[in-house]
Design a protein around this ligand. Structure first.
Ligand code: NI
Length: 168
């Protein structure tokens, strides 16, 4: 398995719109396994293909304490089933070191396909609802910093740009 490089804000490639997955082959399976490995290694709970510069509608997550329950969502969509908003302090592997409060609908019904191309549905609330919405945003070129004030977003951007210069 390969640890993939994770793009970091404000990299413009994080703004690309991902295209649906149409081919379910061994190559896709390799990508899924690499994304899971990359997510676990970075101590994240979710990772979208966009973040590793693959612009396909695919995301992985694992919100379990033991990190033994990987979930894969391909071509995911959701509908809100509970309008009430829940706030979480969200972080993102593409925005390292920052955690900010974001409010999102508390429950959603997700439709997606698995790696065999089989369709499935699930209802998510709590952290799973937040996590799925956050990851699907990535596939649409959106980041959690977009929900913050322009001032906050600019502060995060400046700090990360400084870090990137240092490590370049
Ligand atoms: Ni993220």
């Amino acid at each position: 398995m390969t640890i993939l490089q994770i793009l970091e804000f404000p990299d413009p490639r994080l703004r690309k719109m991902a295209a649906p997955v149409t081919v379910f082959d061994a190559k896709l399976e390799v990508l899924i396994n690499d994304m899971l490995e990359t997510m676990y290694e970075a101590l994240g709970i979710g990772l979208a293909a966009t973040q590793v510069n693959v612009h396909k509608r695919l995301l992985v997550l694992d919100i379990s304490e033991e990190k033994d329950s990987p979930q894969v969502f391909i071509n995911p969509t959701y509908e809100v089933i509970e309008d009430e908003l829940t706030e979480y302090d969200e972080g993102c592997l593409s925005v390292p070191g920052f955690y900010e409060t974001v409010a999102r609908p508390s429950a959603v019904r997700v439709t997606a396909v698995d790696k065999q191309g089989e369709s499935f549905q699930l209802e998510a609330d709590g952290i799973l609802s937040t996590c799925i919405q956050h990851e699907i945003d990535h596939l649409d070129g959106k980041l959690f910093v977009d929900y913050l004030s322009a001032l906050k977003r600019q502060r995060i951007r400046s700090k990360l740009e400084k870090d990137h210069k240092k490590s370049a």
